[in-house]
Design a protein around this ligand. Structure first.
Ligand code: ADP
Ligand code: MG
Length: 339
């Protein structure tokens, strides 16, 4: 048996479950899956490149976790239930300890959401991980980026900026003075968000009936909210913008500390990788959503409103008459851009 097949059988075949009777997973030319009736297939894909999407020192378990989690997060933002995924893996070498940990990361997250690995491709080269995930959503009920309307509330789940702060820690770019602002627990929780993002799948399902638009926050709130506004403007055939209120942004203790010491709001506004959901909904739906989220023990926060004027205006609070100066957004407005 060639080394490649050995590797697939050893590390990836065990992840090929659960499959239903009559379905085909790893080992044939392709996978065969039976779609549930009345459901549409939602397909998402994301690539992680070493040194670009994760620091060079990131461990194999966390790379695997993140590669799958960011895809499940895209499905969450669409209101889809994840079904299965494929893995295109480019590896510099066949290293047993690394592959064991990599497979364990996939297994742990895959088991949590009952998603099976049903196929993929394995090649040699610089470490690159592409996951394609497939999910199901009842006919015509996917949550899209394009449904926001003037007057809708803008909401986010969880807290923002933790992964951005985690990245500063991971890349060792905090000065000694800055390091002293944070306890070990705060640092650990930021690294946890950076390395083990939690896809908001339960919230995604709750959004199906109430949200007008949704996106996951991968490139930073301003950039991702910008995508909602852009797509929704096209669909509404009018220009939509947003007002955001700094005082309403949900911050972890660590990010709150950073903001209060520096006055710099770039972590919650432009740093990416938190994988929370940003969504819009009509004001009258807010209470129902909040109750549903409380049942799921998920925090949701209203952080702004959709307006009929181009651009994103940042205000201190809902009552503020004027916009705040936002020097930390200049040049960063578009969040993380690859090209
Ligand atoms: P082919 O030459 O037909 O593309 P491969 O040799 O690439 O077949 O793959 C053999 C089987 O192993 C296929 O079922 C494929 O989906 C699966 N496979 C290959 N690489 C991976 C991987 N990284 N993860 C999961 N399954 C894989
Ligand atoms: Mg192949």
């Amino acid at each position: 048996m060639s080394e490649e097949f050995n590797l697939i059988d050893r590390y990836f075949l065990p992840l090929c479950q659960p499959l239903a009777e009559g379905e085909v997973g790893i080992g044939d030319d392709g996978a065969v899956i039976t779609p549930p009736s009345g459901q549409q297939l939602a397909v998402v894909t994301d690539t992680l490149v070493k040194g670009v999407h994760f620091p060079n020192e990131t461990c194999a378990y966390d790379i695997a976790w993140k590669a799958l989690a960011v895809n499940l997060s895209d499905l969450a933002a669409m209101g889809a239930v994840p079904g299965f995924y494929t893995l295109a893996l480019t590896l510099p070498e066949n290293e047993q300890a690394w592959l064991t940990e990599f497979a364990r990361g996939l297994k742990d997250l895959g088991e949590r959401y009952q998603v099976a690995l049903i196929g993929g491709d394995t090649t040699r080269g610089p470490l690159t991980v592409t996951v394609t995930a497939h999910g199901w959503v009842p006919n015509r009920s996917a949550v899209l980026r394009s449904g926001a309307r003037v007057g809708d509330l803008i909401c986010v789940s969880g807290a923002l900026g933790c992964a951005g702060l985690g990245l500063k820690v991971a890349l060792n770019t905090l000065s000694e003075n800055e390091q002293a602002w944070f306890t070990d627990d705060m640092v650990e929780s930021c690294l946890q968000v950076l390395n083990r993002p939690q896809p908001q799948l339960d919230l995604g399902l709750a959004l199906r009936d109430v949200a007008s638009a949704a996106i996951d926050v991968s490139d930073g709130l301003l950039a991702d909210l910008g995508h909602i506004l852009e797509q929704s403007s096209k669909r509404a055939l009018s220009t939509l913008g947003a007002e955001l209120y700094l005082d309403a942004l949900p911050l972890s203790e660590a990010v709150g500390q950073w903001v209060s010491k520096t006055g710099d709001w770039s972590l919650p506004l432009v740093a990416g990788d938190d994988y929370q959901l940003c969504f819009t909904l009509p004001e009258e739906s807010w209470q129902a959503l909040q109750q549903e989220a409380a049942k799921l023990e998920i925090e949701v926060h209203t952080v702004g409103r959709v307006i009929d004027k181009k651009g994103i205006e940042i205000k201190q609070s809902l009552d503020s008459e004027t916009c705040v100066e936002a020097p930390w957004c200049d040049g960063l407005k578009a969040g993380y851009q690859h090209f």
